[in-house]
Write a protein that binds this ligand. Structure first.
Ligand code: FAD
Length: 323
């Protein structure tokens, strides 16, 4: 189902999961069991990441197709466009269409690992907008297109001094004008930055962001090491009070995980209150892990409110793509 349609029909609170394709068969088998269990919590959709340059093209597609067809989940395939072989890109879109995957997160992608700073891609795809345009040109409105948003600003390579959401805003406007249907944000830990970002977008004079879904990404902290690595990679600022708390227990994995649940729950509750219901849903960067995400969904009240809404509504899975 197209996520735009699901979001229209499902006017209640929701959550969604992001998975990445594991490298080994054993890892993939484990993930399948997890997805099967996690799908019982009724996520509105799931997304599957794409290795920059197409490095995971095959496994991303296979996992996404399984989510869509084996588990009956509304599925979004991440797709990057720079440094990508045009044949792989077009082939992936065709295969996604044939598999009934109707949602694409259209991204630029990062430079290859060997390049510290961004250098223009040699192909016709320099930015995510080029992919948005390509998909709309070729497939009209068959796909729902999501694009990335950066509450703290997007940063190239290791130069955070250029990070400012105001710098990206004209390009986000272009992406929406070119046909993006919704925005999923980069992960963050400074909740106020997301709240301010959402407000700036909603109040933007263009009116473009008044109603568009803006879905915050939430990554429950799973371990001190992965937290430090991922916040460094994404240039997410860590509030000093949070860092201090985490550092005091950094060798105690269990306590870190419990703190991670607490932090994510309070972020969700603050966003729900301060965006006055405009943010109905949260996209969980699961890191393919199950327990903490389940705890967060439960402890934040999301699970209960989704279940209550489900009982009141007559939401049904649309399988028209296969008939
Ligand atoms: P763009 O929107 O193209 O923006 C990139 C930069 O260029 C920004 O600094 C912007 O201000 C600037 N810019 C945009 N247009 C122009 C223009 N016309 N002229 C000048 N400057 C411009 N990466 C992966 O490899 N695989 C994934 O699966 C993946 N999933 C992601 C999921 C989410 C929710 C997010 C937020 C990011 C994800 N990324 C992923 C990372 C993403 O590919 C990188 O952050 C990448 O550096 C930027 O992608 P973008 O789509 O935001 O790019």
């Amino acid at each position: 189902m197209k996520l735009t349609k699901a979001l229209n029909e499902w006017q209640g609170p929701f959550y969604s999961y992001e998975f990445f394709p594991p490298k080994t068969d054993a890892g993939m088998a484990n993930l399948h069991s997890r997805i099967s269990r996690m799908s019982r919590f009724n996520p509105l959709f799931v997304s599957v990441t794409w290795g920059a340059g197409g490095s995971t093209a095959q496994s991303t597609f296979e996992l996404a197709a399984a989510c869509q067809n084996e588990y009956g989940l509304t599925t979004m395939l991440h797709l990057t466009c720079t440094n990508m072989n045009q044949i792989v890109l077009d082939d992936t879109l065709e295969k996604a269409k044939a598999a009934g995957i109707r949602n694409i997160l259209a991204l630029r992608g990062d430079p290859p690992r060997t390049t510290e700073y961004w250098a223009d891609s040699p192909t016709e795809y320099q930015y995510a907008i080029d992919l948005v345009r390509h998909i709309r040109r070729k497939y009209d409105d068959w796909f729902c297109i999501a694009v990335a948003g950066y509450p703290e600003g997007h940063s190239e390579g290791s130069s955070p001094r250029y990070q400012d959401p105001k710098i990206d805003l004209p390009y986000l406007i272009e992406k929406v004008r070119a046909g993006a249907d919704l925005i999923i944000t980069q992960l963050f830990y400074d909740t106020q930055k997301f709240i301010d970002y959402e407000k700036v977008l909603r109040e933007h004079e263009s009116g473009l962001f008044e109603l568009i879904p803006i879905i915050p990404a939430i990554m429950p902290i799973q371990s001190y090491q992965s937290f430090r690595r991922l916040t460094k990679l994404t240039h997410a600022e860590v509030p000093p009070s949070l860092l201090k708390k985490l550092e005091s227990v950094k060798r105690d994995d269990q306590t870190i995980k419990e703190m991670g649940v607490e932090v994510a729950v309070s972020m969700i509750q603050a966003i729900q209150t301060q965006t006055k219901g405009r943010c109905r849903g949260f996209h969980f960067c699961t890191l393919n892990l199950e327990r903490n995400v389940a705890f967060v969904i439960e402890k934040s009240g999301l699970l209960e409110s989704v279940q209550k809404y489900r009982e009141r509504s007559s939401f049904a899975i649309d399988d028209s793509a296969f008939t």
